[in-house]
Design a protein around this ligand. Structure first.
Ligand code: TTP
Ligand code: MN
Ligand code: MN
Ligand code: MN
Length: 367
C-alpha cells in the first residue's frame, strides 16, 4: 500500500503546458538514463510515430515531476507511465542505472543510426535503409548516395555543424544577422528562440525570429531579400547553403483581413551560416546552422511560442488547445476551429491567456 508520504505528494498533470519543466530537473539522472531509450525509439520509428511519442511523453512527465521519485509506487501514480517503465524506474532506484539503457548505447545499429541522422536530409527511414544496405560510416553514406547532390554538398559543413554552440556564440551570430537585416529593411525586431530561449547552455542550431513591430505587411518578401543579401555577402554559401526557403505569404493580403488557409506557415529559411572568426578567439570561420523565421506583427505571439519549444511542450499545448479551447495553435497563428478565423495574439502572454493557461516562462518549458 502507498505510504503516507506518497499521498502528500502533488499531482503531476499529464500535459506539459500545465507543468514546469526545468533543466536540470529533480530527477535529472533518471532522465539521462532514459534518454538513450527515447532516442532509440526515435531512430527506429521516427519522431512522429506513436511508439516514439508515447515514450517521449512518459520521459517528459518525469522531467515535469517536482519531487525526487523514490519508489515504484510514486512512479505508478504518475500519468502516462506504463508498467514497463515503472520496472525501469525501480531498477534505477535500486542500482543507480538502467542496464537496457547501457546496452542500447553499445548497439552498433544505435550508434550508426545516430551518426547517419546527424546529416541534414537523412531521416530515420533512410538511415535504417542505409544501415541494412551495409552503411556504417559517413564515407559509406557518401558512397551510397551518389545521386543525392544536396547531401554530398552539405557534407563539407557537417563536422562544424556537429559542434554544440555556446550562448555567447548564439548571440554573436544573431548580431551578425541583425547587421544584415538592418541593411535590407530597418526597424526589425530579432528574438532568439529554440533551446537558447529555454536557457540551454549549448544549442544545436540558432533559431532567429524576425518581425516588424507595429507594422503589418512590411515583412512580405523580406526573407528572400535577406537571404539574397546573406548569399551575396558570402555569409551563406551560394552552393548549398540554403537548405530550404519557404514563403507562406506570397499571395496574401495583410494578415488582419485574411482568412486562414490550412497549410499556412511562416516564411522560413534553413541555412548554413558562416560565422566569421574576427572578434572571437577562433582562427578560422566556422559553419553554423541558422533558422531564420519571419512573422507578421499580429502573429508574433504564436510564432515565438511555437519556435521556443520544446517539441513536447508544443505537442501538449496543441493537444490542450484543440480539446479544451477549440483552438488550433501553430506557429503561424491561432485559429478558431469552428470559424477558421485567426485570433490575434501579439505576445506569448496573449497566447497563454487565450488558451486559459497560467504563464510558464521559457526556461520552464524544457519538457
Ligand atoms: P529546434 O531548433 O529543432 O530544437 P531546439 O532549439 O529545441 O534544440 P536544439 O538546440 O537542438 O536546436 O526547434 C526549435 C523549435 O522550433 C521547436 O519547438 C519546433 C519549432 N520548429 C517549427 O515550429 N517548425 C519547424 O519547421 C522546425 C524545424 C522547428
Ligand atoms: Mn534550435
Ligand atoms: Mn531550429
Ligand atoms: Mn497564420
Amino acid at each position: 500500500q502507498p505510504d503516507s508520504a506518497a499521498l502528500a505528494l502533488p499531482d503531476v498533470h499529464e500535459l506539459a503546458c500545465f507543468r514546469t519543466s526545468p533543466r536540470p530537473c529533480p530527477n535529472q539522472q533518471l532522465v539521462d538514463q532514459l534518454k538513450p531509450l527515447r532516442e532509440w525509439r526515435f531512430l527506429q520509428h521516427g519522431t512522429g510515430e506513436p511508439e516514439a511519442i508515447s515514450y517521449a511523453t512518459a520521459v517528459s512527465v518525469i522531467i515535469g515531476t517536482p519531487f525526487v521519485i523514490t519508489s515504484a509506487d510514486q512512479a505508478r501514480a504518475l500519468p502516462k507511465i506504463g508498467p514497463k517503465l515503472v520496472v525501469k524506474i525501480q531498477e534505477y532506484i535500486d542500482k543507480g542505472f538502467i542496464q537496457e539503457s547501457r546496452d542500447v548505447e553499445q548497439l552498433e545499429r544505435f550508434k550508426v543510426l545516430r551518426l547517419l541522422t546527424t546529416v541534414h536530409g537523412v531521416g530515420h527511414a533512410l538511415a535504417n535503409k542505409l544501415y541494412d544496405d551495409g552503411t556504417r560510416t559517413l564515407d559509406d553514406l557518401q558512397a551510397m548516395l551518389k545521386d543525392r547532390h544536396d547531401i554530398l554538398r552539405y557534407m563539407r559543413f557537417h563536422a562544424d555543424l556537429q559542434e554544440p554552440v555556446s550562448r555567447t556564440e548564439v548571440e554573436s551570430v544573431r548580431d551578425f544577422v541583425r547587421l544584415q537585416v538592418d541593411k535590407v529593411l530597418p526597424g526589425a525586431h530579432l528574438e532568439l528562440c529554440g533551446g537558447y530561449r529555454r536557457g540551454k547552455a549549448t544549442s544545436g542550431d540558432i533559431d532567429i525570429l524576425i518581425t516588424f513591430p507595429h507594422q503589418d505587411g512590411l515583412e512580405r518578401g523580406f526573407l528572400r531579400r535577406l537571404v539574397d543579401r546573406l548569399v551575396k555577402k558570402g555569409l551563406v554559401p551560394r552552393d548549398g547553403g540554403v537548405l530550404s526557403l519557404t514563403e507562406a505569404g506570397s499571395s496574401r493580403t495583410t494578415w488582419a483581413n485574411r482568412r486562414a488557409s490550412l497549410g499556412d506557415t511562416l516564411d522560413k529559411a534553413l541555412v548554413v551560416f558562416r560565422h566569421p572568426a574576427n572578434g572571437t578567439t577562433r582562427t578560422r570561420d566556422v559553419w553554423r546552422r541558422v533558422d531564420l523565421v519571419v512573422a507578421a506583427w499580429p502573429h508574433w505571439g504564436p510564432a515565438v511560442l511555437g519556435w521556443t519549444g520544446s517539441t513536447q511542450f508544443e505537442r501538449d499545448l496543441r493537444r490542450h488547445a484543440g480539446k479544451l479551447c477549440r483552438l488550433h495553435v501553430h506557429s503561424g497563428g491561432i485559429r478558431d476551429k469552428e470559424t477558421n478565423e485567426h485570433v490575434e495574439a501579439k505576445t506569448e502572454r496573449d497566447c497563454f491567456r487565450l488558451l486559459k493557461l497560467e504563464w510558464i516562462p521559457p526556461h520552464l518549458r524544457n519538457a
